[in-house]
Design a protein around this ligand. Structure first.
Ligand SMILES: [Zn+2]
Ligand SMILES: [Zn+2]
Ligand SMILES: [Zn+2]
Length: 131
């Protein structure tokens, strides 16, 4: 016996389609989702997109944390070098940016090289980090 053709209107795209165009859903009255397969898939893609986005954001946070730890380590090593090993204080230099000011702090161009630092004044240092 041939199955009767039952159509259903998709509540998303408003098109009337054969029920076979709808995924099965045991929890609904007629056993089908109110969105057609096409709309469902589109929605899933959107969902996957946000999942990807979340994964990307997680990666960025991880990188940030890693940099942060490195920054902390570099600062600590530098501090110890100044306090205990006679590493010159930033204030013994002039800011390398020719602003005429006395350097007040060190800038780390690369946090993995703790003692590879540039003496800078507070103003120039802030502008480096704002770039
Ligand atoms: Zn639809
Ligand atoms: Zn810096
Ligand atoms: Zn400066």
């Amino acid at each position: 016996m041939a199955e009767p053709i039952i159509t259903k209107r998709c509540s998303k795209c408003k098109l009337e389609k054969n029920v076979s165009e709808f995924y099965r859903d045991k929890s609904s009255n007629d056993g089908r989702f109110c969105w057609c397969k096409q709309c469902h898939d589109k929605n899933n893609k959107k969902y996957q997109h946000t999942e990807r986005f979340k994964a990307k954001r997680a990666r960025i946070t991880k990188t940030y944390r890693k940099n942060h730890t490195q920054k902390y380590k570099a600062t600590t090593i530098l501090y110890h070098a100044i306090e205990r090993k006679g590493f010159p204080k930033a204030s013994t230099y002039k800011c390398i940016y020719n602003c005429g000011a006395q350097a007040e702090q060190y800038h780390h161009p690369d946090y993995s090289k703790a003692l590879n630092v540039i003496p800078v004044c507070d103003k120039c240092h802030k502008s480096i980090h704002n770039h």
